[in-house]
Design a binder for this molecule. Structure first.
Ligand code: FAD
Length: 554
């Protein structure tokens, strides 16, 4: 018999387990997969925490911004709860675990035009974590997304930004990463995996080490199947373990943190904007299939926000297990435009990925031609800039691009007109869009979509491009097109929750003993994606609050 059972092993789940232990509770974590960490382990590990106690910020602007971003999709009390608990969460992590979070300098909020937005200070990142502290558990940590590694070596957000944007000193940054990896000789004999854990691997490695230090059990390959309700209260879960169904009892409560439903095609068709495909998601394949959303619904939970997802344009990557790669940052580089089937731009390409995803659906509803959409660029851009699976041609020339990629998601032609015909896009529209882009590159002003006007737009742009780093001419043949689709890093809908993460029933009352956080729950900040870390931030903050509530009241 346990006090608390946590279902899932992503960031919010493990943080909740550690907090519960420190409040004197006896905790078990169960995880469906043979690896722990979920999508959180493959993520950037950023947490968007306004008023985090490290950067200058003020309550009025943080609240105004969050309110503007969420609109009527989140209650006022949840926004306030979020703002009130962030600093305490960061202090807890930095003081009670070996994981360290600091402000990610220069990483601007995602809606720069909204009142209260800041150009730096709310996005936080983990410092690299030494994976050797995990012992054998290192090998059960879900590996980073291959797209976040430099030939297998891990990088922090500032390191990858410096290299991608060719900031002053970027070559030194690259050499240091290489040297650190190859000089780590004893570890190199053990495994090719880097023990310097960065991004989501640092978050999950750090929290897992905190669990190990406290002897908190984590049972892998133990999927929850249903919830046990007795006398009107959730008393535990039924799960599958070692070929048997087992009854696991929790005296004080169950915390559902089993992710969203992004890998469940049937649920996607039922709830999300159409068209939608589970294979467009950039999350690990197969794990987050909405099991715990359905289990909560079966005992009367009310579902909310089911039409929303954490959107990101994605590109097929045939050679990795996820099958897709997110285009988070590469849209920032000038010399690339996004067009629909009419060959027309429909959005500021450099805006945040969540907004880009919304623009894909908006334009598709209008023109019928944005799913898929196309990223168009020339030989110069191809040489200098990465794009999804394609590394810059300076590193991965066309001759080294796997043959199977050509005509699958990447296309090339000596002329723009030929390229348009290959991909089924209107050549006149495309020629006109490129002509306009080239004119804007000369003047530095994007008269159609104001690209490059905000600090956010310019964070991921080549520093040496002038006058506007997000606007560069497309003129040097051959020309290229990459096919993109509306992917996601998870879904936002699930059981409605209170300000303390308690699941709310259809009757409007909290269900005693049941809590829900992360993408398993209806996103407490609604549609707001405030900045880098806008999904994991709420997951950890509401996990922290849920445990505090559970320890206090049950
Ligand atoms: P997960 O981390 O996916 O954890 C859910 C776990 O539950 C999984 O391990 C799954 O196996 C398990 N599970 C599922 N069903 C069951 C069951 N029946 N029983 C037991 N266990 C079950 N967000 C940010 O905020 N900051 C970032 O920097 C960031 N970068 C990202 C980069 C990439 C490449 C990707 C893909 C995503 C990124 N995201 C980021 C999004 C973020 O990773 C997710 O929104 C977040 O990890 C979701 O956390 P979660 O705990 O809800 O789900």
């Amino acid at each position: 018999m346990f006090d608390v059972i946590v279902v899932g092993s992503g960031g919010g789940a493990q943080l909740s387990a550690v907090r519960a232990h420190d409040l004197g509770l006896n905790v078990l974590v169960i995880e469906k997969s043979e690896l722990y960490g979920g999508t959180s382990a493959t993520s950037g590990g950023a947490l968007w925490i306004p008023l985090n106690g490290q950067a200058k910020d003020d309550y009025a602007s943080a609240y105004t911004y969050l309110k503007a971003a969420a609109g009527d999709t989140a209650t006022d009390s949840k926004l306030r709860a979020y703002l009130e608990s962030g600093a305490e969460l960061i202090r807890f992590i930095n003081e009670k675990t070996a994981l360290r979070y600091k402000v990610s300098e220069g990483y601007a909020d995602y809606y720069p035009e909204m009142p209260g937005a800041v150009e730096s200070g709310r996005a936080m990142e983990p410092l690299p974590f030494d994976g050797s502290l995990l012992g054998e558990e290192f090998f059960r940590l879900r590996p980073s997304h291959p797209g976040s590694l430099l030939m297998g070596m891990s990088m922090t957000i500032p390191e990858s930004n410096a290299m991608a944007t060719k900031a002053p000193g970027w070559i030194g940054v690259a050499l240091k990463i290489l040297a650190r990896y190859w000089l780590d000789l004893p570890w190199r004999f053990k495994t090719r995996r880097d023990r310097r854990l960065c991004l989501g691997n640092a978050l999950i490695g750090g929290l897992r080490q905190a669990m190990l230090a406290r002897d908190i059990p984590l049972w892998l390959e133990c999927p929850m199947q249903s919830l046990i309700v007795e006398n009107g209260r959730v008393q535990g879960v039924m799960a599958h373990r070692g070929g048997h169904t087992v009854m696991l009892r929790a005296r004080r409560g169950v915390i559902l943190a089993a992710g969203g439903f992004e890998r469940n095609q049937q649920m996607r068709e039922q709830y999300l904007p159409q068209p939608t495909r589970q294979e467009w998601s950039v999350t690990p394949a197969n794990i987050n299939t909405g099991d715990a959303i359905r289990a909560a619904q079966a005992i009367g939970a009310k579902l909310e926000n089911m039409t929303l997802a954490w959107g990101v344009p994605s590109v097929r990557h045939p050679d990795i297990s996820q099958g897709t790669q997110a285009i988070f940052a590469e849209r920032g580089f000038g010399g690339l435009i996004a067009v629909n089937q009419q060959g027309r731009r429909f959005v500021n390409e450099s805006i945040s990925y969540d907004r880009f995803y919304e623009a894909l659906y908006r334009d598709h509803a209008k023109t019928g031609g944005s799913i898929p959409a196309w990223l168009i660029f020339d030989a110069q851009h191809r040489k200098d800039c990465p794009l999804g699976p394609l590394l810059p041609a300076a590193v991965m020339p066309d001759s080294k691009v796997p043959k199977a990629w050509w005509g699958d998601f990447v296309f090339k032609d000596a002329s723009l007109e030929g390229l348009a015909r290959r991909i089924g896009v209107d050549p006149t529209g495309l020629a006109d869009s490129v002509r306009r882009n080239n004119e804007y590159a000369r003047t530095g002003v994007d008269q159609d979509f104001h690209r490059g006007e905000s600090a956010f737009d310019r964070y991921w742009a080549l520093r040496n491009a002038k006058p506007n780093p997000c606007l560069v001419k497309i003129e040097k043949p051959p020309f290229y097109a990459v096919k993109i689709q509306p992917g996601d890093t998870g879904t936002k809908g699930g059981p409605a929750i209170t300000d303390d993460g308690q699941v709310i029933a259809e009757t409007g009352e909290p269900i005693p003993g049941l809590y829900c956080i992360g993408n398993n729950a209806a996103a407490p900040l609604g549609r707001a994606y405030g900045g880098a870390g806008g999904t994991l931030g709420p997951s950890l903050v509401f996990g922290f609050r849920a445990v505090n509530h559970l320890a206090r009241t049950t």
